[in-house]
Design a protein around this ligand. Structure first.
Ligand SMILES: [Ca+2]
Length: 197
């Protein structure tokens, strides 16, 4: 076994409606030479992690020591009540090197998709190392809504593809019956805007 280090992972969940989750969240740490850790479940016993606006700290013991991280892989399952999750940032501190890596996320994390994030995520869209992920997110947004002006002079209307307007009612049964993040995003958007459905 090579060198090991402890790590501290700090996850900031967004302060938005439905941002919190009870789903299982896993990460994999990748270094520059394509080495990576096994999947790590982020879970503090006896604590309700990843609630809205909350900062959760996870102590990871004796993982492989990587002098330089290149990316963070992140995914969640669809378990728990209201599994949708909006993440602001993830911070990783390597105890051995003292280095701190910051991953700005600022997006909804859909279930079972393996997201990749770079330290500080500073690349321009055209230089994005994770083009496939960017395409997936653009496609998701297109699927959610198409804005069109049906009648000149009246407010823009949102046409939802494959989603009936009935499920947009903000009630608890909605969250139970519709597990997709997409719908939660729409609900949040509608709640915060004057869009007409
Ligand atoms: Ca939770």
């Amino acid at each position: 076994m090579g060198e090991v280090s402890d790590y501290t992972v700090t996850v900031k969940t967004g302060d938005k409606k439905y941002a919190g989750t009870d789903a299982y969240v896993r990460i994999v740490l990748h270094d520059e030479s394509e080495k990576k850790t096994d999947p790590i479940i982020l879970d503090n016993f006896f604590r309700n992690d990843f609630e809205r606006g909350q900062e959760d700290i996870f102590q990871l013991r004796k993982l492989p020591y990587f002098p330089n991280f290149s990316k963070l892989e992140l995914w969640r399952d669809n378990s728990g009540f209201g599994a949708s999750w909006y993440v602001d940032t993830i911070k990783l501190q390597c105890e051995k090197s003292g280095k701190i890596y910051v991953f700005p996320i600022y997006r909804w994390i859909k279930a079972d998709y393996h997201y990749m994030f770079s330290h500080l995520n500073t690349s321009l869209p055209q230089d994005d190392k994770f083009q496939e992920q960017r395409r997936m997110e653009m496609d998701e947004k297109r699927k959610i809504y198409e804005v069109e002006q049906k009648v000149p002079g009246l407010p823009l209307q949102v046409t939802l593809s494959g989603i009936t307007t009935a499920v947009l009612e903000p009630k608890l049964s909605y969250l139970r019956s519709v597990k997709s993040d997409i719908n939660c995003t729409v609900l949040w958007m509608v709640g915060g805007s004057s869009l007409v459905l």
